[in-house]
Design a protein. Structure first.
Length: 217
């Protein structure tokens, strides 16, 4: 049995929006640990190619950089070596302070389960770009609904596809907004934390009944 993750949607409503710093920028947010499994290097390289075509792009890498300090250092050096501007490493943050400023979020992992960052993005009406790992395809295209795509799916480590996805999101506002609303409908219909709790209660209740044991919720 697969129990889908759930997020506290109410905590991700009415988030602060764009600031003066964001004027003229298309913000791409990566909510992750800066570690090899997240393949941040491919993300940075793809961003470099995309930014040559869309100078408005700005990449926000939001999450801890101290879990693999050697890898994080290589990412910092890659940004410098490529001469990239508009790449920000924020370190640990409260995502609620930043998510409302993002136009799209991105995940270029080489392995995932069912990423909470995608569900959090959806709760904030933000579409995603993600690699085809774990349940990313199901979250983007839907498994039991007809809300439509809520983002763009790419192959793992495919710099060209990831760069093109960034450009497509930046150049097609109507598509991007439509995808954001599809994601919001999807998370509200099946991936709220209340849904996850109800599923666990049902599992424990049925197990208790099968054992003839009492179960108190």
């Amino acid at each position: 049995m697969v129990t889908p993750n759930g997020v506290a949607v109410d905590h991700l409503q009415a988030l602060p929006g764009k600031t003066e710093e964001d004027a003229g920028k298309f913000n791409i947010g990566a909510i992750l640990r800066v570690t090899p499994i997240k393949d941040v290097k491919t993300m940075i390289q793809a961003f470099g190619f995309a930014k040559e075509r869309e100078p408005r792009l700005k990449l926000w890498i939001m999450g801890p950089c101290d879990e693999d300090e050697a890898y994080a250092k290589e990412c910092f050096e890659q940004v410098e070596a490529l001469g990239l501007t508009d790449v920000v490493f924020t370190g640990r943050i409260d995502i609620r302070d930043y998510l409302g400023r993002m136009d799209v979020t991105i995940l270029t992992s080489i392995s995932e389960g069912q990423p909470l960052t995608i569900l959090e993005s959806y709760a904030a009406h933000v579409p995603v770009i993600a690699t085809d790992v774990g349940n990313c395809s199901g979250l983007i295209y839907g498994e039991k609904d007809d809300f439509g795509p809520a983002g763009i799916l790419t192959h793992i480590m495919n710099v060209e596809e990831i760069a093109q996805a960034m450009v497509d999101m930046a150049r097609n506002e109507a598509m991007r907004l439509r995808m954001g609303e599809s994601g919001y409908k999807r998370v509200m219909s099946a991936y709220r934390i209340e849904h996850m709790r109800a599923t666990y209660r049902k599992i424990y209740g049925e197990f208790a009944d099968s054992c003839g044991a009492g179960y108190e919720i």
